[in-house]
Design a protein around this ligand. Structure first.
Ligand code: MG
Length: 159
């Protein structure tokens, strides 16, 4: 088994859609970014790549490449899932913590888990997403943006 850790953060930006875990939050302020700025998926992608020692999201999908402008991050997660499988691993589980003052994630957690599990082609029971506030501390607590920590376990598929 191999463990991976991923972290990402994005600032809120007016005039952008908010997408977390492939789910859109209508009416909420979105995040700045080259892609759709899905900070949750980006952290998970880095956890998966890290576990397989396959680099990081920036090396796979450079934000200087117009190909990835406004890309749907579920496409990135699907591509990385394929790459991890091709390297001989299967996804054991993914666990992520989303830190923000808003939006409230709880009502959408099940939907997000289902979406992420579907994109990674694993059972929903292998995907955990938790939402927390930062208790008004620091920039995330002041509502400047959203940060996400994610871990995953990969299992060698041929054992
Ligand atoms: Mg990012």
């Amino acid at each position: 088994m191999r463990i991976g850790f991923g972290y990402d953060s994005h600032r809120f930006a007016e005039g952008r859609r908010l997408v977390l875990g492939g789910i859109e939050f209508p009416g909420e302020t979105g995040l700045a970014g080259h892609s759709d700025a899905d900070v949750l998926i980006h952290a998970i992608v880095d956890a998966l790549l890290g576990a397989a020692a396959l680099g990081d999201i920036g090396s796979h999908f450079p934000d200087t490449d117009p190909q990835w402008k406004d890309v749907d991050s579920t496409e990135l997660l699907a591509a990385v899932t394929r790459e991890v499988r091709a390297a001989g691993y299967r996804i054991g589980n993914v666990d992520a913590t989303v830190i923000c003052e808003r939006p409230k994630l709880r009502p959408c957690i099940e939907l997000i888990r289902e979406r992420l599990a579907s994109v990674m082609s694993v059972g929903k029971g292998r995907v955990s997403v938790k939402g927390k506030t930062n208790e008004k501390m620091d920039d995330v607590g002041a509502g400047v943006g959203i940060s996400v920590h994610a871990v995953c376990l990969l299992e060698e598929a041929r054992i």
